[in-house]
Write a protein that binds this ligand. Structure first.
Ligand SMILES: CSC[C@H]1O[C@H](OP(=O)(O)O)[C@H](O)[C@@H]1O
Length: 365
């Protein structure tokens, strides 16, 4: 997507042809900072610190991290070690493990001297595939928005609520939950987005609002606890969120607070859709409550970054000194609360049968 008229992806090969550059998302929205990643260790650090974040982008970053590791040592042992080192950085998004296994498959049967080129090719393809996959998610999601617009009638604005950031900053481009929004907006569909701030790291207020504002999409930041109220008062026509892992039965792991939004949507008969690429489906997992939920630092709850009037960015304490804090980073929304999935292959019910209708090659797994 474009920032100040310049088109960006979230990760790209540096001019040296072997390292990569990424946008440091911990500096947004106050500072647009591009940082180099020159090793698997750099990639791991960027993933853990959330300089890069979002399931597809975590996978893409790890793919290049592994390619850089293979450039250093293409032995089977080194590859296995680098895969496990990168995979352990964040446990919930299945895209991390998916991308690393895709990379391993791309090189494992090759002679060592061919592995570096094959690794960089697969990492580049993972990025290119993600861009097209997210574009297609937008195509199918826009059709859904068009249907709602027809039902709502007389050109009224479509009100969409989203949680966290499942935008182009969480992917290589387009985003998952935001791709339908961008494509509908660009097609002239009148819409407005309620942006959940998404405590504790405020990916909504800091990243989704930054994205939508840069693209000219009308939006309003709201506190996480406002969503139910907005739905109760008929101010939400559709909820679209992203996901970090979908179990084979349709249960959805996503940013903490998603489950509560889904409960409010169910109670108010608001359609609740989850946008995802194929790489986010965990076909080996039969239900969602066994999805590992990342527990992050208490400091993310107890402290918050902000910009002072002089433009400097500081971190301030926002809680009672000495109080402990819990920080589960994700929750699991049962499939029964999900209206449907928006994927690159189309829209389906949030069931195993629904997923298999779009991915029949997975039957029998
Ligand atoms: C398209 S994946 C976006 C997904 O990732 C976010 O988590 P995090 O910011 O911690 O990486 C959030 O769950 C989004 O829905």
């Amino acid at each position: 997507m474009k920032i100040k008229g310049k088109a960006y992806r979230t990760i790209w090969l540096a001019p040296d042809g072997w390292s990569v550059e990424v946008i440091d998302q911990t500096r947004l929205p106050h500072e647009f900072s591009v940082i180099p990643l020159k090793s698997a260790e750099d990639a791991a650090r960027a993933i853990l610190s959330m300089q890069v974040r979002g399931a597809p982008l975590i996978g893409a970053t790890a793919a290049y991290g592994l390619a850089m590791a293979i450039r250093q040592d293409a032995s089977d042992e080194a590859i296995d070690k680098a895969v496990e080192f990168l995979a352990k950085q964040r446990p919930t998004a299945i895209n991390l493990r998916w991308a690393l296994e895709e990379m391993r498959r791309a090189v494992q049967n090759l002679p060592r001297e061919e592995r570096v080129a094959a690794a960089y090719k697969r990492a580049a393809d993972i990025c290119d595939e993600d861009v097209e996959t997210c574009r297609l998610i937008g195509v199918h999601g826009k059709a859904l928005i068009d249907d709602i617009a027809r039902t709502k009638g007389n050109g009224e604005k479509i009100e969409v609520l989203t949680h966290c950031n499942a935008g182009w900053l969480a992917c290589v481009d387009w985003g998952t939950a935001t791709s339908p929004i961008y494509q509908a907006h660009d097609a002239g569909v009148p819409l407005h987005v309620w942006v959940d701030e998404t405590r504790p790291r405020n990916q909504g207020a800091s990243l989704t609002a930054y994205e939508l504002g840069s693209h000219g999409v009308p939006h309003t930041i709201v506190v996480d606890n406002a969503g139910g109220h907005l739905m109760q008062h008929g101010k939400v026509d559709l909820v679209i969120v992203g996901t970090d892992r979908v179990a084979a039965n349709g249960d959805v792991a996503n940013k903490i607070g998603t489950y509560l939004k889904a409960l409010a949507a169910k109670d108010n008969n608001v359609p609740f859709y989850v946008a995802l690429p194929h790489s986010t489906i965990d076909w080996a997992l039969q239900e969602g409550l066994s999805i590992p939920i990342e527990e992050r630092s208490a400091d993310e709850v107890l402290k918050m970054p902000g910009r002072l009037a002089d433009g400097s960015v500081v971190t301030v304490e926002i809680a009672a000194p000495g109080s402990p804090a819990g920080n589960p980073a994700f929750d699991v929304t049962p499939a029964r609360l999900v209206t449907g999935f928006i994927t690159e292959r189309g829209v389906c019910p949030a069931t195993r049968e629904g997923l298999l209708s779009l991915y029949p090659e997975r039957a029998g797994e």
